[in-house]
Each structure stands twice: as structure tokens, then as C-alpha cells.
Design a protein around this ligand. Sequence first.
Ligand code: ACM
Length: 673
Amino acid sequence: MKRLLYLALFIIILAGANMTSQTLNLMPVPEKISSGNGKFILTHSFDIAITGKADKRIYPYATRVLRRLSGRTGLFFPQDNITEKSTADTADCIISIEQPGKVLLNEDESYSLQVSKNKILLKAKTDLGAMRGMETLLQLLQNDESTYFIPVVTIQDKPRFPWRGLMIDACRHFMPVEVIKRNLDATAAVKLNVFHWHLSEDQGFRVECKAFPKLHQLGSDGLYYTQAQIKEILVYAEDRGIRVIPEFDIPGHSTSWFVGYPELASASGPYTIERQWGVFDPTFNPTIEETYKFFDAFFKEMCELFPDEYMHIGGDENNGHQWNKNEQIQKFMKENGLKTNHDLQTLFNKRILAILTKYGKKMIGWDEILQPDLPKNVVIQSWRGTEALAKAAQQGYMGILSSGYYIDLNQSTDYHYLNDPVPADSKLSDAEKKFVLGGEATMWAEFVVPENVDSRIWPRTAAIAERFWSPANVRDVDDMYRRLDRVNFQLEELGITNTKNQEMMLRRLTNNGETASLKTLVDVIEPVKIYTRHNYGVKYYSYSPYTRVVDAAVPDAPEARKFRKLVDEFLNGKKELRKDIAAQLNLWKNNHEKLVQTIKLSPILKEIEPLSLNLKLLSETGLETLSLLDKKQKPKEDWLKATDKFLLEAKKSYGQTELMIVSAVEKLVKTAK
Ligand code: ACM
């Protein structure tokens, strides 16, 4: 009997845990969470107090949280700014902090949150932990018909990895201050703590440099951050508990540097700013002392400007062409016993490392910089695969993973989400695993401009943030998608533009015509994936238009994903979903005629007309297949033949976008067969 009782209790607890994940919308999922009964109801008198010893940045942070709660609920809270004086122990929400946090690697970001019916207690060792906890509190907000409330809950939370980053390439397309700021806000909202700022490239040098002003004057088209703007962003990030890692990518990816300083390149100039995408030849000459004199003065200035302990030197994709063709460099290599270009780059890295060390910095670089005799405080950023990360860890080097988090490649959220810096089948020993510090999502900017960059970063980066923060066993893809929708919507309150800018882009595409039919199509197409957009016969320049349908379409199109899931569930036995599938297919079938009218008024849309037709034909195929399934009839031979042929056509991309529901219709057809 007792056993039965225990069993019953166990089942209730399990059900409770399950209910927690089904009813809360937290992303990242906290380490430990237990739900209670009841709610803390927000009223007009809601207030926040902060006690203990915190950095003063916590007061404006808490004030912003208060305003966000007020904005969502329409409640007129009495509090003006939260300050050092806001310590009343009668406050509804009390945030207690033991000590000021340092915005550095490995700082304590843990917190506990206890919500009862009449009090919210947020406790953290540092104000960084308090910030992470406040974001959890904001995500907990719910409502019923008449009230806004926080459910009674107890949370203990801390990150799995200490290095959780987002990289933004501000070079291939310049990203103005407001783009960076709104993305820093969103970064903090999902508990990421590193902003990796890619600041130099073939296509642009983006920082005002006082020692070598021709860098920004000649290398940027006037699109660069002044040092005052850099400092503004550094403060903005620090106020949100986010480290900023600047990257100056050398010795390759460096054309823009040589527009002003051609004498430092490995081939004679003149140079102009690169306008296309790819890997280019211009490379620093690592065999002349002028190069190191230059970098000494350059990094002295940049190491003072950027406060983080780490300086990123890039180091990727040096194709060595200029080195191979330069007689003086070849002679140098022979004289110094350097057999390969990698050996020469190693020599260069060591000289740069000595400079960085002199100015108090540690070095981080892409996985190409990994070499056996680097000091052990160097961090390796693995982008070509997980092997480099494993190899680094086995040799005792710290590393972060970016391979699998290339959000510029338009892959699905679940692909990134299930990619783990330390996967369950990792061959690393427990000691070696500790060298894996975390990871970074990378937003390379060939095909994004300020208008649509948010739509590539968000919401997928929120799922990546969960991978870096939450326990490794949090891997339920369906539940991730459910919560992702919610987070995406909430990021709008921080100025993230993915949803609203798409509406604007569609309006422009239709020449201010009706957008509904275009939206219906755009909802089920995605930009082509991986690097295929580079290889389509469309020659892109930095100044090309990024305003076409492909630029308005988003990766992992939610409507297409929902339809694929609907079909999967139907085929797995949920027969009642037939009507939903049919309704959707009918809607798509009838969309084409309307969209054709719109396309007539807007030549820019012409390229996607075949996709619209294919969506119509696919829908007809789907409907015909449903009828066959209803009647338990096998399709006729020639219908099948024609359908197979058409399905091949429907998989083709047009306007560099592809229809994302073909696989679902194909499954229906296969089942009928
Ligand atoms: C890289 O993607 N070349 C680091």
C-alpha cells in the first residue's frame, strides 16, 4: 500500500514537472524550478526595492524592468526611478545582492527567485545574477481575463557555460549604433553575456583610430564608429552585464586596412575597399618590422579603448596567395626555416601575442590560430567543426564553439538548438570538458543590412542562448518552439525589428499595394541555405539591393514548420487534423490569383511568381491526395508519375528562396502510394 502511495506521489510530481514546462514560457529554461499554487497579482501599487551591495548599474536596469512590466500591463506604478534609496522592506519585489559583479569571464551569474502570493524575492551573489533573474521574472508574467500575475514559483538558476555570445559582423554591412544597442538589449534578455564585435574586414574598417586615421578615413566609406560611440556602446553593454570582445581580423581579411597603408600588405598596391564577398588575397606582410611597429601602436590604442581581458585577432582564411608570390617573403621563410604558410602565420601570431601581452590582454582567435606552443590562456573559437574545439581542449586550451551556430546560413532553429558545445557523446574527459567555455552565434553580414539583420539573429539566437545556459538535457524541440514564439514577441518591446520590418519590406515590395497575398507566400518560403546564395549567378556587391523577397523571407519560416508538423501528426494517426490541413491547402491554392495581380503592379516580385504557382499546384496535389486517403484509394500510375515530376519542380528555388512545405505534401503522396 505504502509503495502504491509513493508511486502515486511520484506520478503527481512528474505531472507537476511536466506542467511546469508546458505552462511557463521561460527561455532559457532555468536549472531548477518548482511551481506552487497561486499567483502574485500585479497591482497599481507594485514596487521594487534593492538591498545589499550592488554596482550602481543595477538601479537603471531594475527601473527598465519596472517600465517593461508597466508597458505590458498598462498599470501606473507609483515608482519613479529605482535608486540606492529604494530599499523599503515593504516593497512587493525585493532584490538582494551580495556584491558588485565584474563584467568578466567566469563571474557569478546565479540567482534564486521566490515568488509567493504577496512577495517576490530575487537573490543573487552579484548584480549580474540579479539581471539574469529579472529577465526570468519578466518572462514569467502572465495574465487571465482580468489580471496580470506572476505564478507562484521557486527557481534556482545558474548558467551551464560562462561564455555565451553573439557575434555581429559590422563590416560587410555597417551596423549603426542603434542596431547594436537593441541587439544588446535582446542579448541580455536571453541571458547571453558576450558581444563579439567583428570590426575589420576586407569590406570595411569600422573603428576610429587616432594613431592611424587613414584606417577609418579611407577604409570605411565614412561608415565607422567614433571612439565616443564605441565608449557609449561599451557602457551600454556593461550596464547589461555583457562583455564586449572586439575583433580585428588579421593577417588576412584585411583589404580595407591597406587602402590607407598599402606598404603593410604583402603585395604592392594601390588597394581599394573590397565590394564583393569571398576570401581575398590581401594579407599583412609578417616579415617586415614596420608591420609590428604598426600593430604595437594600433593595439596600444585599441587595448586602452576596449576594457575586456580578451582581444580577438581573427586569423581565419588566410589564403596565402600574396605570400606565395612575394620573393622577399619566400626568402624570409627559407632563412628562418619556415616550411608552410601556417608556420609563417604562427610566427606572426606570436609577435602579435607579445604585443597584446605587453598591453595586458589575452588573445582569442578563430581555430586556424591553434598551434602547439601558444600560452594556455589563449582561447580558440572553433568555426570549421567541433574537432578543433576538442583538439584544443585535449591540449589544455580553452575554446568556444561557433560551428553549428552560423545564423547567417538560414538553417533551422532546431539544428542550432541541438548542436551542443559538449555533446552527450563527447569523447572528452571530464577534466577536458572544463576547457569548453561555451559558444557564440555568428551573424556574418554579407546578406544582411540594418533593416533585416534582426530577422536573421532573432528568434533563433534565443534557442542558442538556451543551449549555452540551460542544463544539457533540456532538448525538447517542440517545447522550445512553443516558447520561442513567445520570446520573439517579447523582444519587440526592446526594439527588435524582425516582425515589424518584414511588414514594411513587404509593403515596399508590393509598391504600396495589398501585402496579404505576398505575406501568405512569404510565410512558407525561406532564403536558400548554407552558402548557396553566393553561387546563383547573381553577382552581389556590398551596395547591391538587399530588399528583394529573399531578404524579407525569414529562416525557419514558422507557418511552414507548423504545416509540416500538422501533416506529421495527421500521418501519425491524428485523423481529426485533416480539416486543418485541407483548410490550409485551400487557402494557399486560392492565394495565387490574388498574388498574380499584385505582381503585375510590382516588377521586383516577378522572380517569385513561379513559387506562387508551385504553392498553388502543391496545394492542389495535397488536396487530391487527401481525397485519395479518404477513399483509401491508391493513386493512378500516370497521376503518380506527373506528381513525382512536379514535386521535383516544386523543390527548385526561385529568387533565391525555396518553398518549405514540399516535404509535407511529399509525405502525404507517399502515404497514399
Ligand atoms: C569565418 O567564418 N571565416 C570565421
